[in-house]
Design a protein around this ligand. Structure first.
Ligand code: PLP
Length: 394
């Protein structure tokens, strides 16, 4: 018996850039010390107050099905948070709770795209983007944001790709994984303008919106004429150190939420109710708690910048947010892949090659700021020395 063609098609589009991650794991399993800078997950566990709220909710009997778009009190809390943070009036009916941001990305594309459609996404990109679009039966098409433009996407590139493909949607991500770049207000306004001009749905992945070190996060949904064509992806994975809880959401026009609720009825059956109560407790901890979770990444971003500062060979992309810094190693003459391969074999430092996130990040490395400060500093200092030794003195 043969399985259907959908999953092989998705797998073929999937990133093959995990080689370094697997190598690091194999070395560590064999007892070798590896400085692992590949992991995009907060290096702290979920706060005990959140876990206690989950426990109490479960012990209190909240263990049954939760059909539909989420507990009313959590939808209300998310709507109030979005209203407060963006100034855009948001009702509970504009929110569906999903099992994580990835499920929200899938739901958004399932609702907006069908077989034969095209979905655009900005690259460098989070590796599931093209495969998530493919999973709907649509065709993913990349819109490159170049290193030369500081990884800021342009309206011209979006409009050209839309004109070429007849695309129905555009997926963006700011603050950005993998580049650590935050789109400037001018970029967000230009992208929003392109979406209005070309009648595109905008899917805005804002899962890192609490991690902004420079500038500010502007949600495109708050711009004129955008609330009716924007679907925002949110998640508590990174903002509240809750990756394993699988708690995310979509904020969108009500017809999108209603359609996503039909999808949920046929896939997830809703989100675990005591996890939803934990999420509510986490949101109740307020912005101070979000800042506490973000603080180590802010500090470590500065440590990486300091370790790279004196180098003529290694530089950083404008690292304004998210828990990553992108290093430009093009001056070594090696690709990101070749550099990362040599780095793990010769120095036992594991980093993600930029190419894992699309050709637009070629010659770069993604550093996850998820190791203790001293480990990270030592690793970057060693990485810079390694890069400099690759280039003959002039
Ligand atoms: N979007 C981006 C840009 C991410 O980096 C991630 C996770 O790393 C996700 C979405 C999905 O996260 P989750 O499903 O844990 O919310």
């Amino acid at each position: 018996m043969q399985i259907g063609p959908r999953i092989p098609r998705i797998r073929a589009a999937g990133s093959d850039g995990w080689e370094i991650v697997y190598r690091a794991r194999a070395l560590m399993a064999a007892g070798e010390p590896v400085m692992n800078l590949t992991i995009g997950e907060p290096d702290r566990t979920t706060d005990p107050r959140v876990l206690t709220a989950m426990h109490e909710a479960a012990m209190g009997g909240l263990t049954g099905y939760t059909f539909g778009p989420g507990l009313p009190e959590l939808r209300r809390a998310i709507a109030e948070r979005v209203t407060a943070r963006t100034g855009t009036p948001t009702a509970p009916e504009n929110v569906i709770v999903t099992p994580g941001g990835q499920a929200a990305l899938f739901a958004a594309h399932m609702v907006l795209l069908s077989e034969g459609d095209t979905g655009l996404y900005v690259t460098p990109h989070y590796p599931t983007y093209p495969s998530t679009i493919l999973a709907t039966g649509a065709t993913p098409v990349a819109v490159a944001a170049s290193a030369e433009s500081g990884f800021q996407p342009t309206a011209a590139a979006v409009l050209a790709a839309q004109a070429r493909t007849g695309a129905r949607s555009l997926l963006i991500n700011t603050p950005n994984n993998p580049t650590g770049v935050v789109y400037t207000p001018a970029t967000v306004e230009a992208i929003a303008g392109a979406c209005r001009a070309a009648d595109l749905w905008l899917i805005s992945d804002e899962v890192y919106d609490t991690q902004v070190w420079e500038g500010r996060h502007l949600s495109p949904r708050s711009l004129p004429g955008m609330a009716e064509r924007t679907v925002v992806i949110g998640s508590m994975s990174k903002s509240h150190a809750m990756t394993g809880s699988r708690l995310g959401w979509l904020v969108a026009p009500t017809e999108v939420i209603e359609a996503a609720t039909v999808l949920a009825t046929n896939t997830t059956y809703g989100v675990v109710p005591y996890i939803q109560k934990g999420a509510l407790a986490a949101l109740d901890l307020g912005p101070g708690f979000e800042e506490e979770i973000a603080a180590p990444f802010r500090r470590r971003r500065a440590l990486v910048q300091a370790a790279v500062a004196g180098s003529a060979i290694v530089s950083t992309a404008p690292a304004a947010g998210a828990m990553y810094v992108m290093l430009d190693i093009r001056a070594t003459g090696l690709s990101g892949e070749a550099f990362a391969r040599r780095l793990i074999e010769e120095k036992r430092i594991a980093v993600m090659p930029g190419e894992s996130f699309g050709a637009a990040a070629a010659g770069h490395l993604r550093i996850a700021l998820t190791q203790p400060d001293e480990v990270l500093s030592a690793a970057i200092t060693e990485l810079v020395a390694f890069a400099e030794a690759l280039v003959p003195a002039q």
